[in-house]
Write a protein of this length. Structure first.
Length: 242
């Protein structure tokens, strides 16, 4: 089982150290940092309190796409409601889903900046939302606390794993899906279906559609082939018009 914890835009280095400690407590070791404000930092090392090895091995990248490129399933933590619904899971349900999906490859849980959380653009890269129930009158969770809750549920799920069959064909990775979405957007723009000056939420809704479908690598290749055939027709039409 390969589960990555991804922190996006962390502003306080002490929180990174506290997350590393929470992860090590629960047997997790794969930490990725997307654009941390301060790292490495002495506060991170101090708060890690014995989990400095996770900090030393942490992947530090500029974008969320880089952090999850090799992942086949991604959950994004969010406490805010969204205009377009994403499937939402509580920690225990999410842990079971992550464990099941990990039979097909690496999976990840993504946490956003302390003050603002994940943006819609970040959540476009996630298959589900992780929502941690809290007291509605005092709902703010420290970043390390949120990671600790999820890390604990992952440990519990690993102690009593569900019976899951490995897929015959590997699921498409996040990187493969991003290439598909970029190709799809280009084709929709070239055919006039998508107005780049007024895209509204078309691509976000299409992402939700394909996330529900959960295509495997072969299916994504077929979809890319269909788009390529449309590319050829568009190119031929333009040549004929000239």
């Amino acid at each position: 089982m390969e589960i990555r914890i991804v922190l996006v835009g962390t502003t306080h280095p002490g929180n990174i150290g506290a997350v590393a400690r929470a992860m090590k407590n629960m047997g997790l070791a794969d930490l990725a940092l997307v654009g941390p404000r301060y790292f490495p930092h002495e506060d991170a090392t101090a708060r890690a309190s014995g989990a400095e090895d996770l900090l030393d091995r942490a992947m530090v990248v500029a974008t969320l796409e880089e952090a999850i490129a090799d992942c086949v399933f991604v959950a994004g933590a969010s406490a805010r409601s969204r205009a377009i619904d994403w499937p939402s899971l509580a920690p225990r349900e999410c842990a079971a889903r992550l464990l099941a999906e990990s039979t097909g490859g690496k999976v990840a849980v993504v946490f956003g900046p302390e003050k603002s959380g994940l943006t819609n653009d970040h959540l476009d890269r996630c298959q589900v939302l992780l929502t941690i129930p809290t007291n509605p009158d005092f709902s703010s969770l420290n970043l390390a606390m949120a990671v600790q809750v999820m890390a604990y549920e992952l440990l519990v799920a690993r102690l009593d794993p569900p019976a899951v069959e490995e897929p015959e064909i590997p699921p498409a990775t996040a990187e493969e899906m991003e290439h598909f979405y970029a190709h799809l957007e280009n084709v929709l723009t070239d055919t006039g279906f998508l107005d780049p000056d007024n895209p509204r939420t078309l691509m976000r809704r299409l992402r939700r559609l394909f996330i529900k479908a959960a295509p495997d690598q072969n299916e994504v290749n077929i979809l890319r082939g269909v788009l390529t055939s449309v590319d050829r027709l568009v190119a031929k039409s333009r040549r004929d018009a000239d």
